[in-house]
Design a protein around this ligand. Sequence first.
Ligand code: CA
Length: 227
Amino acid sequence: MATQKILIIEDELKIARFLELELTYEGYTVDQAHDGRAGLQKILDGSFDLILLDIMLPSMNGMEVLRKLRQTSDIPVIMLTAKDEIMDKVTGLDMGADDYVTKPFAIEELLARIRVVFKKKASKSINIKILQINKLKLDLEKYTVSFADEPIILTKREFGLLRYLLENKNIVLSRDTLLETVWGYDYLGDTNVVDVYISYLRTKIDDKFNKKFLYTVRGVGYLIKDE
Ligand code: CA
């Protein structure tokens, strides 16, 4: 198996150097950038498998790098956040970061997060490329959703939720399971977020196309099935 390439975008040189050392020791191929603009350029030039992205960066901050990156790429991003940047964490996950660690972090924790992200990525590429129920189609390669070939525009989180529901169609999934799989095991927010996102999907799919796919099982959770 070819080694995984990781890009560290971090302006604190001590942290960047430490991370490079540890990650190289773990067998990853590592590169560094020390400001946002240079980081984005490296991402666009290189073929990285994962980005470690600091938020407070010179020239272009991490959120901006993430926003620009997500316009064209689904490459996994783990954000490195400071303790007082909780708002940024939430926005970052909404904007499509895959995970985050809070500085100062234990290297073992970061390595574990990296392994999880790579594992998810690997299982993605083995799986079938199109998930379908009735005329509702989710294309994992093109990252698109449609009903009877009419495109449905979803946010990354809505897409993730719909994807997981479709992968487990006809099975009731609890809020906790959905929260852990779609939002991550360390999600700190309210579990109501699942209900909120289910309602977004209902608006964009069930209501829009006058079909019933998303079912609530009271006191248990949600499932997707053909009406
Ligand atoms: Ca910084």
